[in-house]
Every structure is written in C-alpha cells, then in structure tokens.
Design a protein. Structure first.
Length: 146
C-alpha cells in the first residue's frame, strides 16, 4: 500500500502517532492554543492542525474515540464515527461531545481521537424492483432476537 501523505496546516500541529507498533489507529492531537473545557452534553469542533491524502481512492479514513476518553470521561466524536473521503484535502477537524455529567478539560497537544484507514468499496447503483429474498427479509430492529 502506498504511504499516506500528511501536511501540517497550523503552527504547533503534532503529526499523528501510533501508540504501539501494531496499533490500528493513529492518535490525533488537539491543535488548540489554550485548554478547552468541554461542558456536559456540549458539542465542540477540535482542530488537529493536519491534513492528509489517503492512500488511493479505495480507502477511507475513519475517526473514532480514544477508548480512555470515551470510557473514563464520556468524551467521543459527536457523530459516532467521522468519515474522511479519499478526495478530501482539508484540515482534519473532529466533532466532539461530552456525554458525561462532568466537564472535561482538553489541553493543547492532548491525544483526543484516532484515525483508522480502511479499504472501502465504491459500488455503482442499479435500481431494481426486486432485491431477492433472505431468511430475515424486512425484519427490522430486534427481529433476530435478544
């Protein structure tokens, strides 16, 4: 696989890093000038100071929570998972939400999200009147049991 190109777009930006050699995600760092207090149930946009060129059109960048922030402090991406299309070249900015009842202070340079690059399928669309039958059929939420 070709490498992912990365560019600093703000002074003080920290390039993403892996927490270990086999870590799937690249840790993203808050590129902010001063601490930001994330109030309970507040929504925030946190810049990373970096932009990327994903390796080819058959990849997607997915932004996930860092498990420690999510589990210990209730801080996670506001849209559950952020999607970075392969043709996007702007700064990575992460929408965050504090789901807890306590404020959380995010400090400059703190690791606050992670970027995972994955393959993606880009099928064409074919409109049809018949999708075929399956055992589940049109059974919705909870239709396969508890």
């Amino acid at each position: 696989m070709e490498p992912m190109k990365i560019k600093r777009v703000r002074p003080g930006a920290v390039l993403p890093t892996r927490g270990s050699a086999a870590a799937a995600g690249l840790d993203l760092y808050a590129c902010i000038d001063s601490p930001v207090t994330l109030l309970p149930r507040g929504l925030y946009q946190i810049p990373t100071g970096v932009a990327v060129a994903l390796p080819g059109t058959s990849t997607v960048g997915l932004i996930f929570a860092r498990s420690g922030l999510g589990v210990r402090h209730g801080v996670s991406p506001s849209n559950a998972v952020g999607v970075i299309d392969s043709d996007y070249r702007g700064e990575l900015v992460v929408g965050l939400c504090n789901h807890s009842d306590e404020p959380y202070t995010l400090c400059p340079g703190e690791r606050f999200a992670q970027l995972v690059v994955m393959p993606v399928l880009l099928p064409g669309l074919e409109e049809t009147g018949d999708l075929g039958e399956t055992e589940r059929g049109t059974g919705g939420f909870g239709s396969t049991g508890k």
